[in-house]
Design a protein around this ligand. Structure first.
Ligand SMILES: [Zn+2]
Length: 182
């Protein structure tokens, strides 16, 4: 498994990178169901003229303390359409249901260079617009975990941990990685 872990320390914003240790695999393993939910959302809900399908899934805390998952897929059916991100639909649904806090977010999609920052991770990160919105979103805080995983349409939904490409960031770490204003 290839991975990067960003701990949010800006002096070390590239975090640790390399071949996953058993510890790292233990860190990712609890998030596998959410990662698979994000991949499924990419395939089933993503709409993109060029099959650049992205899915997001989040575990949210509800007012009664219970947890609930919400998902979204990206929307850009023609090159001329204003894009709407998978994260946008996920947060919209969570908000409508009354969620108070997001615990962890998983995003699955094809890896590419970030349009806004020009920075490139091992996997597709929430875009600059989504990162800016998350900074302002009261359901998110600096320590919210963001798990990103490679996924191209045609790949299996199931995550094979020894070979999957996964990154784990805190929101703070992700912002630092992209040199976003904080
Ligand atoms: Zn976005």
């Amino acid at each position: 498994m290839r991975f990067i872990l960003y701990d949010g320390d800006t002096s070390n914003s590239r975090g640790r990178t390399g071949v996953a240790s058993p510890d790292m695999i233990q860190l990712i393993r609890p998030h596998v169901p959410l990662i698979e939910m994000a991949r499924k959302a990419a395939r089933e809900r993503g709409q993109h003229y060029n099959q650049f399908l992205v899915g997001a899934a989040g575990t949210f805390e509800m007012p009664d303390g219970s947890r609930q998952q919400f998902v979204g897929g990206n929307y850009k059916p023609t090159p001329g359409t204003q894009k709407k991100c998978a994260e946008h639909f996920m947060f919209e649904k969570a908000k409508a249901a009354g969620a108070v806090r997001v615990v962890v977010i998983a995003v699955a999609g094809p890896q590419k260079q970030d349009d806004e920052s020009g920075v490139e991770g091992l996997t597709l990160h929430p875009c600059g617009v989504c990162r800016a919105l998350m900074r302002q979103n009261r359901m998110v805080d600096d320590n919210t975990l963001i798990v990103t995983v490679q996924f191209s349409n045609g790949e299996p939904i199931a995550v094979e941990l020894p070979t999957a490409t996964v990154e784990v960031h805190s929101l703070r770490g992700l912002l630092a990685f992209h040199h976003d204003p904080t």
